[in-house]
Design a binder for this molecule. Structure first.
Ligand code: ASP
Length: 332
């Protein structure tokens, strides 16, 4: 029988309706999923985190704990399921994907749009699909199970607050579809990993996530880039296929200065689908020292930079790795 470890961090799945709104209630998730025991032919163990959170409260220490827990229990289990709130789930999925180096077992993250205590909760389906995915020997990656789909974790984005279709991986087809039959799209799965499992523990590094918008923020962004001096890297969310207001020399000079100081600046598009290109004169950013992030989501770019910086790599090496697909986060 397959052994699966569930790490329960919080989120709507284990929340209940209170006078102060939806809140995580200790032991509620555990009491709910006990009913699954007779219907699942897997052995489930649960670790409920002491500090259960709405995922908007997630920070550095929670991520370190999830990574450390998977590391500690790695040899004892066939797969892992992380129960997480949906608001920041795509960030955590990306961080785990980059941090869990040499992963050769499934790590599936999931949650719910409606709590398990709600009659129409989507949490049950998500949880059961996640458990099935976590039993797959040939799945060697971090994936996100939601609304009857399994997605590559580092490709996901939250796309809806009110539909059960809460997530998508726009530039990447799903890894599985859970219909009446389960379609495991194994040819989309990552190759077996023969490296030793050696997770990277994220370090306290400063990464700025800047979103460009016409008129209002340009000079604010330029000033921020000029003034901040303890920044390791920047995710720059540009327009369309990577265009910026090139006529604004305050901005272009600020970018040039910060990249000269060794800060890695990665351009990703604000648009849901598609990639950065240098087709436009306004999207040729390499002369400013900016690296193109291809079709990475902002979540994946942030996570990738965070883990690469945590490894203590040089800016040159980080820039080189940004263009490589490390865990399937971009389309070469
Ligand atoms: N606010 C919740 C959270 O992210 C939303 C959810 O879980 O769906 O924890």
């Amino acid at each position: 029988m397959k052994k699966i470890l569930i790490l329960y961090t919080g989120g709507t799945a284990g929340m209940d309706y209170t006078d102060q709104g939806l809140r995580v209630i200790p032991n509620l998730f555990q009491s709910q999923i006990q009913t699954l025991d007779p219907v699942m032919d897997v052995s489930l163990n649960l670790i409920e985190y002491e500090d259960l959170i709405d995922s908007s409260d997630i920070n550095f220490t929670h991520w370190v704990k999830i990574i450390t827990d998977i590391k500690t229990h790695y040899d004892k289990y066939d797969g892992f399921v992380v129960i997480h709130g949906t608001d920041t789930m795509a960030y955590t999925a990306s961080i785990l994907a980059f941090a869990l180096r040499g992963l050769s077992k499934p790590v599936i993250i999931t949650g719910a749009q409606l709590p398990l205590v709600h009659r129409r909760s989507d949490g049950w389906g998500n949880l059961i699909d996640a458990i099935y995915a976590a039993t797959q020997d040939e799945l060697h990656e971090v994936a996100l199970a939601f609304n009857h789909n399994l997605y590559r974790g580092c490709r996901t984005q939250k796309i809806s607050t009110n539909r059960f279709l809460g997530f998508d991986s726009v530039d990447e087809e799903p890894l599985a579809e859970f219909g009446i039959d389960i379609m495991w799209h194994k040819r989309r799965w990552r190759e077996a990993n023969y490296k030793t499992f050696s997770p990277i523990i994220p370090q306290d590094v400063n990464i700025l996530n800047l979103v460009l918008s016409p008129g209002f923020t340009t000079s604010f962004i330029a000033d921020t880039l000029q003034k901040t001096n303890n920044i390791h890297a920047v995710v720059f969310q540009t327009y369309g296929s990577g265009t910026i207001p090139m006529r604004d020399t305050h901005l272009t000079d600020a970018i040039k200065n910060i990249t000269k100081r060794g800060v890695v600046v990665v351009s990703v598009t604000q648009v849901i689908e598609g990639r950065i290109s240098s087709d436009y004169s306004n999207s040729k950013l390499s002369h400013l020292g900016v690296v193109g992030g291809c079709d990475m989501t902002p979540e994946a770019a942030l996570a990738k930079l965070w883990i690469l910086c945590s490894m203590g790599l040089s800016p040159e090496r980080i820039k080189y790795e940004i263009g490589n697909s490390l865990v399937g986060e971009l389309t070469i």
